[in-house]
Design a protein around this ligand. Structure first.
Ligand SMILES: [Zn+2]
Length: 446
């Protein structure tokens, strides 16, 4: 999957998952529902809303099988169009937006903004709810005040009040707009995206940076794009699981979760039962193995030894305790104009390799053995590794790593590609770090 195509296509979590699904389908992954019968040495994926989990079953599930899991998130900070968004002010139709996650507010001003999302609708002759992904073709804008009308802004800094400043301008108002009591103007525009006669029931639409991804730097060494956090990690994981081959005994799992930017505690988020349900159904392969051994007329001893020295099928948690998850999310590179923001001995640099993130307060999942396993993996694959810890006088961010590790008991290490401008509408990273990340996840899946 071409990286820039993915960055330009995945403008909402729905579009992220749609692009991943197409990529998996094109590479012979079968889409299944939870509970479907699985076969050894096959590739599958399961969706839940704007999350997707892909996996490769091993040739044979055994008592020593392990899961090798990579985790990333499909969402990014944004402005969502509110349920009743319409306003008309100063001769302009405006849209009220609601903040999703923690965007860098000022970066959303004076940008060309696209709009996209999912629509729930019913056809004219049928009351069954259907959904449709769409991406609008027009560009909206949130202009900032001119410097002449905001004297002192360059000295005092721009302060954004998201309730006041984040109404997006989307159309010039006509006389009828003003008299139509300002309601449903945007809904009417969205209905144009539906099949003829269909009626819009609800929508989940967000704004996005419409500028395509670009190469930058004098030697083209950098990438500038919206949504690098965390499409970059999604791309690396997807590339790696597609190019992998089924292992003898281990199962490769690639998880792409929505809602990390708002805490993951949703039906489709990393705190949900989604991953556990998928792993449960994979571990049920051990029952098939048991049946095979019985059919082969093996002795009970042989059957037991197929799975465990204790003589019964092992529970999922016991497999998980011996497995490994890489929680992959972007990391803060040292900013050349603000080197004081990093702990001097733990300041990752752009273009110098993968970042291992650790935190004594456990905002990251990395622990002694998961970090040690990562160090070995990088050493064996010849991948440069840097270490990040947050300064003691600054609070540390978090990832899906601690949530998944605590819920499933799987040793997990938090890692990422170093970047600048995290959560800006346009972010920046080094191309070589992305190549290293793909190599690392390939090493996990081999
Ligand atoms: Zn992230």
């Amino acid at each position: 999957m071409e990286f820039f195509d993915f960055l330009n296509t995945a403008v909402t979590p729905y579009h992220t998952v749609d692009a991943l699904k197409s990529f998996f389908k094109a590479n012979s992954f079968a889409e299944i529902e939870l509970g479907a019968n699985l076969e050894p040495a096959k590739a599958y994926f399961v969706c839940r809303e704007a999350s997707v989990i892909a996996f490769r079953t091993p040739k044979k599930w055994s008592g020593t099988s392990k899961f090798r899991i990579a985790l990333a998130h499909t969402d990014f900070p944004t402005l969502k169009i509110s349920p009743n968004p319409d306003g008309v002010n100063a001769g302009v139709c405006t849209l009220h937006t609601e903040v999703y996650g923690s965007p860098l507010f000022t970066s959303w001003l004076d940008r060309d903004l696209g709009y996209a999302g999912a629509l729930a609708y019913v056809d004219a002759d049928d009351s069954t709810l259907k959904t449709k992904l769409f991406r609008g073709e027009k560009l909206f804008r949130i202009p900032q005040l001119a410097v002449h009308l905001n004297r002192g802004v360059n000295q005092d800094g721009l302060k954004v009040n998201p309730q006041i400043d984040f109404n997006a301008l989307w159309a010039g108002a006509s006389e009828s707009n003003v008299s139509e009591n300002r309601k449903n103007l945007f809904v009417k525009a969205l209905e144009k995206e539906l099949p003829a006669g269909a009626r819009l029931i609800d929508f989940d639409v967000q704004l996005f940076d419409a500028q395509p991804a670009n190469r930058g730097g004098f030697n083209d060494e950098w990438i500038y794009s919206g949504r690098l956090d965390n499409l970059s990690s999604c791309h690396a994981i997807a590339e790696a699981i597609v190019s992998a081959k089924s292992a003898e005994n281990d199962c490769f799992v690639a998880c792409f979760f929505n809602n990390e930017e708002v805490g993951s505690n949703t039906r489709e988020g990393a705190a949900s039962n989604f991953l556990k349900s998928v792993l449960d159904s994979i571990a049920s392969l051990q029952n098939d193995n048991a049946r095979d051994v019985i059919l082969e007329g093996q002795s009970p001893d042989r059957i037991h030894e197929t799975f465990t020295s204790k003589g019964h099928a092992r529970p999922l948690t016991s497999y998980l305790a011996e497995s490994l998850a890489l929680s992959i999310d972007m990391a803060h590179a040292e900013h050349p104009n603000h080197t004081e923001k990093h702990e001097p001995n733990h300041a990752p640099l752009l273009g110098k390799g993968i970042v291992l993130k650790t935190n004594a307060q456990k905002r990251y999942a990395s622990d002694l053995m998961s970090s040690a396993q990562l160090r070995l993996l990088c050493e064996q694959a010849g991948i440069p590794l840097q270490v990040f810890i947050m300064r003691n006088d600054m609070p540390c961010g978090s990832t899906v790593g601690p949530t998944v590790s605590a819920n499933l008991g799987i040793p997990t290490v938090d890692i990422g590609e170093p970047m600048l401008s995290m959560h800006s509408i346009r972010e920046m990273m080094a191309a070589s770090d992305h190549a290293d990340m793909i190599k690392l996840v390939e090493a996990l899946y081999c």
